[in-house]
Design a protein around this ligand. Structure first.
Ligand code: NAD
Length: 380
C-alpha cells in the first residue's frame, strides 16, 4: 500500500528523534511491501525563524493532505520572549486537524523497573492509558492581559465532553472495563459539567464499564501510590498534560511515552516529551517515544501486524539494554544507535526481506529533503 506521511521535526531534540521516521518507515516498507512517501515541514521555533510564523500555511496544508502526521517537539528558550511562540503552532495544528482525543499509553518494561524512582512492587501490574481532551479547556480559552492582572478562561461544551468521554469508554470496553474520570468538580464549574456529562454517557451508553470519578489532586497522588489500579484515565486538556508527564516517571523516562491525537478524520502522532533544550544537539535523546508513536501511527493506518512487529522490536532493544543515558546512568548509547538497533530487530522479527519484493521495488521511502522547503506565503 502507498502512504503519504508528513514529518514535523520542530525544535531542540525534535530533529534528532525524528531521524527515526525515515529509517523505521523504510524498514517497514521493505519488510511488508509498502511505499511511504515522506515529506518534512516546518513548525514551531524553526518555522518562526524561517518565516515568522509558528504554523506556515504550507505546513498545515501538507498535514491536511497527508494520510498521517508525525510531530516530534516544538519550543525552546530562544523563542520564550517573542510575540509569536512555537506552542501556538502546535495548538493551532491540533485545532485545525480537530484531533480532540490524545491517547497516551503507559507501559512499564520489566528491565526498566530498577530505573524508576518507585519500588518494583508498586509498579507491578501497571498498564494504563491516559485519554486527554486536546482541543478545549484553558489552553484554548480566551486570554487576557492587562497592567495588573492576567486571566485564562477554561471552557468546555457538552458536545466536547461527550465525544472525548466516548473515546475513553470505548477504550475501557476493550480493556479492563474500568474508567477513571479526573476533574476538579469540587471547585470548577467546567469540571462539574464534565462530571455530569461523563456520568450520563456512562449510565446510558456504557453500563458495563465501571466508572470512578477522581479529583485531579488526589489522582496525582494515586498515580504514584497505586498506579496499577488505573486502567483508562479520562481527563481534560491541562490535567491530562500534567498527569501524563507525571506518569512518565513510572515508565522511567519522558523519552518512552508515545501518543496519538485523533479526531474524526486526521491522525497526529507525537512523543509526549518536549524539545528538551538541556540535551539538544548532543545526540543522546531517547528516540523510543518517537518509534512507539510511529507504531501508533501504523496501527491507525490499519497496519496492525506492522505496528505489533515494531513494538516487539522496541521491547527487544529495551530488554537487551540498548538504552540512552536518561534511562541508564553513564550510558554512551546514542539516539542513532537506538534507532538502528530497532530497525535491525525489526528485520530479525519479521524475517528476511522477500527477495522478489526487494528486486521489484525502488527505494520504498523517498528521501526526506534535508532542509524543509517551505515557502512562507502566509500564516495558516
Ligand atoms: N509537544 C511538544 O512539542 C512539547 C511538550 C512539552 C513541552 N514542550 C516545550 O519543550 C520545551 C522544554 O520543556 P520542558 O523542559 O518542560 O519539557 P521536556 O519534555 O522538553 O523536558 C523535560 C525533561 O525530560 C528530558 N527529556 C525529554 N524528552 C527526552 C528524551 N526524548 N530523551 C531524554 N530525555 C528527555 C529533558 O532533557 C528534560 O530534562 C519548552 O519550550 C516547552 O514549551 C513542547
Amino acid at each position: 500500500m502507498n502512504f503519504n506521511i508528513v514529518s514535523l521535526p520542530g525544535d531542540g531534540i525534535g530533529p534528532e528523534v525524528s531521524a527515526a521516521v525515515p529509517v523505521i518507515l523504510r524498514k517497514i516498507g521493505e519488510l511488508f511491501g509498502h511505499e511511504f512517501q515522506l515529506n518534512e515541514h516546518l513548525i514551531g521555533g524553526a518555522a518562526i525563524d524561517s518565516c515568522g510564523q509558528a504554523l506556515p500555511s504550507e505546513t498545515l496544508q501538507a498535514c491536511k493532505n497527508a494520510d498521517a502526521v508525525f510531530l516530534a517537539a516544538i519550543g525552546g528558550p530562544k523563542w520564550d520572549d517573542g510575540d509569536i511562540r512555537p506552542e501556538q503552532g502546535l495548538l493551532k495544528l491540533r485545532s485545525e486537524l480537530e484531533v480532540f482525543a490524545n491517547i497516551r499509553p503507559l507501559t512499564v518494561y520489566e528491565t526498566l523497573k530498577p530505573f524508576s524512582p518507585l519500588k518494583p512492587e508498586i509498579l507491578e501490574g501497571t498498564d494504563f492509558i491516559v485519554v486527554r481532551e486536546l482541543t478545549g479547556g484553558i489552553y484554548f480559552g480566551k486570554k487576557n492581559r492587562e497592567a495588573n492582572f492576567a486571566s485564562d478562561e477554561c471552557r468546555y461544551s457538552i458536545n466536547e465532553v461527550q465525544r472525548i468521554a466516548r473515546v475513553g469508554f470505548e477504550l475501557a470496553k476493550q480493556r479492563n472495563r474500568k474508567l477513571t474520570s479526573v476533574d476538579k468538580a469540587n471547585v470548577l464549574e467546567s469540571s462539574k459539567l464534565w462530571r455530569e456529562v461523563v456520568t450520563r454517557i456512562g449510565e446510558q451508553e456504557y453500563p458495563e464499564v465501571e466508572l470512578h470519578h477522581q479529583l485531579v489532586d488526589s489522582c496525582a497522588m494515586k498515580l504514584i501510590q497505586t498506579p496499577s489500579e488505573f486502567d483508562v484515565v479520562l481527563t481534560e486538556n491541562m490535567f491530562g498534560d500534567i498527569l501524563s508527564d507525571e506518569a512518565s516517571v513510572l515508565a522511567g523516562s519522558m523519552g518512552l511515552l508515545a501518543s496519538s491525537s485523533v479526531g474524526s478524520r486526521y491522525g497526529l502522532f507525537e512523543p509526549i516529551h518536549g524539545s528538551a533544550p538541556d540535551i539538544a544537539g548532543q545526540g543522546i535523546a531517547n528516540p523510543y517515544a518517537t518509534i512507539l508513536s510511529i507504531a501508533m501511527m501504523l496501527r491507525w493506518l490499519k497496519l496492525s501486524t506492522e505496528a505489533d512487529s515494531l513494538e516487539q522490536a522496541v521491547s527487544a532493544s529495551i530488554e537487551n539494554g540498548v538504552l540512552t543515558v536518561d534511562l541508564k546512568p553513564y550510558s554512551q548509547v546514542t539516539t542513532q544507535q537506538v534507532i538502528q538497533t530497532v530497525a535491525d530487530n525489526l528485520t530479525k522479527i519479521v524475517g528476511s526481506i522477500d527477495s522478489s519484493r526487494s528486486a521489484r521495488n525502488q527505494p520504498l521511502v523517498k528521501p526526506v529533503e534535508q532542509s524543509p522547503q517551505v515557502a512562507c506565503a502566509g500564516e495558516a
